[in-house]
Design a protein around this ligand. Structure first.
Ligand code: ATP
Length: 234
């Protein structure tokens, strides 16, 4: 579904991605793991069209989207749930969700999509009139995800969805990711929480200093002595 090859990106004179290659298969959960600053967010932003790569190619559903503006990527089914969630704190839960359906492709039938999101996250239905800024971190993560679903994505990019969440909410976020995969969504997940991310990953890529250092099925990386030593503290 997604194929990235030779991706390079820089901030000013500083190069942070070096010839990154990876693939995401339809219906899978693919994870990017790596330490702080390894380049996960920069990859996610490059995919969403928020950072312009200096080289390389991004193909989504067979089409080269490397130069496509970010709003067109959303229209074609690619949705980023950003790090830090970025819900609109002064707007209600429902207003935040409806904003997710602003793309032309999502506008038709958005009431039905809202009902589906509420069915998936009953907590959001209970809180539909509440200001988003008054929700807990975990609830805001569900809201950010629900807002993304409103755009009817084929591929969901989730950047560090568990950052700053209590353990019980971390568990819930991972359960939600598995449920979404089982419902047919394709997910690319950037995660520092390497153990759980590898446990659920169909395929995983370990990033080090802007390069793919290791890749394979999640279970294979989980068993790798290098990964266990450096990322799992074992
Ligand atoms: P984190 O988990 O901390 O978000 P990450 O793996 O997502 O880490 P990136 O945020 O992609 O990593 O950062 C990769 C490199 O690019 C780091 O060295 C970081 O300091 C640098 N960087 C990120 N954003 C900017 C920016 N806006 N301007 C300059 N350098 C940046």
């Amino acid at each position: 579904m997604l194929s990235v090859s030779g991706l390079r990106a820089s901030y000013g004179p500083v190069q942070v991605l070096f010839d990154v290659d990876f693939q995401v298969a339809k219906g899978s959960v693919t994870t990017l793991i790596g330490a702080n600053g390894a380049g996960k967010t920069t990859i996610m932003k490059s995919l969403a069209g928020l950072v312009a790569p200096t080289d390389g190619e991004i193909r989504f559903e067979g089409r080269d989207i490397t130069q496509v503006p970010s709003h067109d990527r959303v229209n074609s089914g690619l949705c980023l749930i950003p790090e830090g969630r970025l819900v609109f704190p002064g707007m209600s839960v429902e207003q935040n969700l409806r904003l997710g359906a602003i793309a032309p492709a999502a506008r038709a039938g958005h009431n039905q999509m809202l009902a589906e999101v509420f069915d998936r996250f009953p907590r959001l239905r209970e809180r539909r009139s509440q200001l988003a800024g008054l929700m807990s971190g975990g609830e805001q993560q569900m809201l950010a995800l629900g807002r993304g679903l409103m755009a009817r994505p084929h591929l969901i990019l989730m950047d560090e969805p568990t950052l700053g969440l209590a353990p019980v909410m971390v568990k819930q976020v991972f359960e939600t990711i598995v449920e979404l995969r089982d419902a047919g969504f394709t997910i690319l997940l950037a995660e520092q929480n390497a153990k759980v991310a590898l446990e659920l990953a169909d395929r995983a890529y370990l990033l080090e200093n802007g390069r793919v250092a290791l890749s394979g099925p999640g279970a294979e990386l989980l068993a790798s002595p290098d990964v266990r030593r450096a990322y799992l503290g074992m």
